[in-house]
Design a protein around this ligand. Structure first.
Ligand SMILES: [Zn+2]
Length: 300
C-alpha cells in the first residue's frame, strides 16, 4: 500500500507545524521545506535533535527487549504475535495481551461502530495491534522505534497500515483529525503522561475516543514512587540506566481528572483473580502491585 496513504493530509511538520506533501520517498513540509525521509515504508517525522536521541534510545531499548524475550531474532517471531510467543519466555503475558486486545476490539465495535474510522496506535512498538485492527479500521502505527524490533518488525509488504516514526511527546498530526487513539502498553513510557494525554486530546476529533490499556497503574503516588525506584534499579542491573528516564508511573488520579476526557473503566486488572491475589499480598504488608486496567475516555 502507499506508505502514507490517507494520513498524509493529517501529518504536520514537527519543526513548524506546517502541512506536508508526499514526494516519492520523502514527505516535504510545504511551509519550511524540511524533508522527512520514508524508509522501508516508515515516514520518519523527527527533527534532527529528536533523531539523534531516538537512535541511542532505540539501540538500548532493543538490546533490553532482546534480553527479556520481548524482542527476538527468531524467524517468524513477529508474525506469530500475539497468539504465539516463539521464544516461549512471555507466553502468559502474551495471553493477557490477547485478552486485552479482544476486549478493546469488542468495545470499539460496540461503541464507535464497524465503519472505517481512523485509529492512531500510539506507541505501537512492533505494530502487532495495528496489524490486527487494520483489517477493519484505517490505522496508523506511531512509535519512536522504527527498527527491526520496532515499527519495521512487520515487513512493509504485509502492512495494511500507515507507519510513522515520532516521539510520543509531540504527535506530528494536525488537531481534530483522528477518530480514536489506542495507547497500548505505552502511556507509561512518556516522560509526562498528563502532557501526552493533552496531545492525544488535541489530535482527536470532537467526541473522539481514547483507549489506555495494559500500562501499570497505581492507586497512590507512593505506589508510583516505589515502582519507579524498582524500575530504576532493574534498568541499572540490566545495564541500561538511561532507560529509567523514559519510564513514568500512572496513578488512578490521572483518570479521575475529567477535564479532557470522560473516562470509564473497561476493566480493573488482567483478571479478578489477579486483582484478589494482589489485594491479599498488599494486606500482608507487601508494597502496592501495579494494576493493568483498561480505561476508555471520550473527548470533552
Ligand atoms: Zn515545517
Amino acid at each position: 500500500m502507499n506508505v502514507v496513504s490517507g494520513w498524509v493530509d493529517r501529518l504536520k511538520c514537527p519543526s513548524c507545524d506546517g502541512s506536508v506533501s508526499q514526494e516519492e520517498a520523502t514527505v516535504v513540509c510545504r511551509t519550511c521545506d524540511i524533508t522527512y525521509p520514508v524508509r522501508a515504508g516508515v515516514v520518519q517525522m523527527l527533527s534532527e535533535e529528536q533523531g539523534a536521541l531516538a537512535e541511542t534510545f532505540n539501540a538500548q531499548y532493543d538490546a533490553l527487549r532482546l534480553k527479556e524475550g520481548w524482542a527476538s531474532d527468531i524467524p517468524g517471531f513477529y508474525d506469530a504475535l500475539p497468539y504465539r510467543d516463539l521464544t516461549g519466555r512471555n507466553t502468559d503475558a502474551w495471553r493477557q495481551r490477547v485478552r486485552s486486545y479482544l476486549l478493546v476490539r469488542r468495545w470499539l465495535e460496540n461503541t464507535v461502530g464497524t465503519g472505517r474510522i481512523s485509529i492512531l496506535d500510539y506507541g505501537a512498538g512492533n505494530g502487532w495491534l495495528s496489524r490486527l485492527l487494520a483489517d477493519r479500521y484505517d490505522l496508523a502505527a506511531m512509535d519512536i522505534n522504527e527498527g527491526n524490533h520496532g515499527l519495521s518488525a512487520i515487513p512493509e509488504s504485509s502492512r495494511l497500515y500507515t507507519v510513522i516514526q515520532s516521539s510520543l511527546e509531540s504527535i506530528p498530526l494536525h488537531s481534530d483529525c483522528c477518530d480514536a487513539v489506542v495507547a497500548n502498553a505505552s502511556l507509561h513510557y512518556t516522560s509526562a503522561p498528563e502532557g501526552a494525554l493533552e496531545e492525544i486530546h488535541r489530535i482527536l476529533k470532537p467526541g473522539g475516543v481514547v483507549v489506555i490499556m495494559d500500562s501499570p497503574t497505581y492507586s497512590s503516588t507512593q505506589g508510583v514512587r516505589q515502582a519507579m525506584k524498582r524500575s530504576h534499579s532493574y534498568f541499572c542491573q540490566m545495564g541500561f540506566p538511561d532507560l529509567a528516564n523514559h519510564y513514568a508511573g500512572l496513578t488512578d488520579a490521572l483518570f479521575k481528572a475529567n477535564d479532557l476526557f470522560l473516562y470509564r473503566p473497561l476493566r480493573k486488572d488482567f483478571s479478578t483473580l489477579e486483582l484478589l491475589k494482589k489485594r491479599f499480598r498488599e494486606a500482608m504488608g507487601h508494597p502496592e502491585s501495579a494494576r493493568f486496567p483498561v480505561w476508555t475516555g471520550r473527548k470533552l
